[in-house]
Design a binder for this molecule. Structure first.
Ligand SMILES: O=C(O)CCC(=O)C(=O)O
Ligand SMILES: [Fe+2]
Length: 162
């Protein structure tokens, strides 16, 4: 994990952990269209693709970056590992023969969202977050007195507090 963190430029590599996301078996003609992985998890800092050795052609993993695209062909004999930032567009080209098998993992940096930062922007953010996530007390707590406009406000504030 420390090596992985250092390799992808993360400052606290000891707090990294990986969780299995999926196992994919691509047969002839199968591919994965270009996409980004970023929405899977708040603490996700990288995607790790582990390709199992298997006889196949095609099925290259293409990771698009600022300086162009990088193409990775999985080995027939050994495990292959590719790690990239989850906001990178990436795709798997169609498999031509055989099968390509991958395990994909989310690399998570634990506690990123709990880190306390001291700058004025972080303080303002924390105050605003606390303000908008605190449910307001209804002056109409007795349902019989609830005005018609109230339920929709109540629903909004309850959802924000979760
Ligand atoms: O199979 C691969 O190499 C990549 C799969 C992938 O991009 C994903 O599961 O999000
Ligand atoms: Fe992906």
């Amino acid at each position: 994990m420390a090596h992985l963190g250092a390799a992808i430029g993360i400052q606290h590599p000891t707090r990294l952990r990986v969780e299995l996301h999926s196992m994919l078996v691509y047969g002839k003609g199968q591919f994965f269209a270009a996409h980004q992985d970023s929405e899977r998890h708040d603490d996700m800092v990288a995607t790790l693709v582990l390709a199992l050795p298997s006889k196949h052609t095609g099925g290259e993993l293409v990771v698009h970056g600022r300086d162009g695209a990088q193409e990775y062909a999985a080995s027939r004999e050994e495990l292959s590992l590719v790690v990239f930032y989850p906001d990178r567009h990436h795709e798997v080209l169609p498999v031509r023969t055989g099968h390509r098998i991958t395990l994909t993992f989310n690399v998570l940096q634990e506690g990123v969202s709990d880190v306390t930062l001291d700058g004025p922007v972080e303080q303002a953010t924390a105050l605003l977050r606390a303000h908008f996530s605190t449910a307001i007390t209804s002056p109409y707590s007795d349902k019989s007195e609830t005005p018609t406009a109230w339920p929709s406000c109540s629903t909004t504030n309850t959802a924000a507090a979760d």
